[in-house]
Design a protein. Sequence first.
Length: 411
Amino acid sequence: MKNGMEKPMMQPARRRTATPNLVALAVRATVCAGALTLLGANALAANPNADQATRIYNRIAGIPPTAAQLQQMTATDAVSAALIATQDPAFYNNTIRNMAAPWTNRDQSVFVPLNDYTATVVGMVRDDVPFNTLLSADLVYTADSASGVPAYSSSNNAMYDAMDANNVDLKAHLVSTTQSAVSGLPAAATAGVMTTRGAGSAFFINGTNRAMFRFTVMNHLCNDLQLVMDTTRPPDRIRQDVTRSPGGASILFLNNCIGCHSGMDPMAQAFAYYDFSATDPTTTDTTGQIVYTAGQVQPKYHINNTNFPQGFNTMDDAWENRWRAGPNYILGWSATLPGSGNGAKSLGQELESSAAFASCQVTRVFKDVCLRAPNSSADFAQVNSMISSFKSNGYKLRQVFAEGAAYCMGT
């Protein structure tokens, strides 16, 4: 509820977002899950038969295995068989790309060009890079020299457009580098996929930078703002552009607007030095680049500052997570982090270290490979087991796909 250019509370959560009860169940887990998890572990240890192995391969790669792969899969346990399927280029070119593509645009469409955001997700999964660095690492994946495409540019998408046009195999031709080496951003200002050109073109363009926060929470904590509204948080960090009497009714602000903005605005302040510059706003998919002004707040943070002059005036990029108290403690914030800081990198660490982040990734993968949401005690026990495994084994998302596909191989 604000008069700025963005309307963060009006769009519905996307179809693949986990519902609040699934996130809570996965975070809390049931006391009886231990016995069910043990039974599931025994099932996963068994060798899959030919039908089950084929099902595993199809769920992961989207294509059937060859005769040699099928023989190899049926000679080992189900999780190891599923890991064989993750070596297929189709897993990266189709499954992972299609998983990540909706994260890169406001329409949450899978039908978008390849960009550095999507490519970085694909590369992290392929290389078993800890996925809990997704929102903070100084990392980006580009094409190698053998791919025959233009060099990476922070001001256009030409490299990735050419990779699409030439059907470049992402598994074979993606290489990792640092954003600070190729984009001009200082290393301290990099924040994983949030500071890729692809993310900036979608969520830093125009508006007030609240979109970057909202879509990051949607995509990586599986909660849209309507699901985490909390009217008990103090409103002192809500910016000046948010009128306290929308439509002349202050009760609407107190019962609605404050619920999102009191938590969002203190955290979205982390992006105060970022903008996305494009000569032609209609071509942001292909041209334009992230602008970072260290120590200088972008003018967009003062848009419509006369709506409520007594509101918060953003002076720096200091952020604070006020959801650590109140009902949103259930998102499982890390006790080893302070819950406040400066800039996008430390905010990314706060978000990616939460229990909701791990639960979101695992629940999404479960849906992808099982073709349904978890809906039974056994399913919730399996999701909880996969979350534990995800955390204890270096946040390798490829392993999560393997465990999920092995669990659902008979369904």
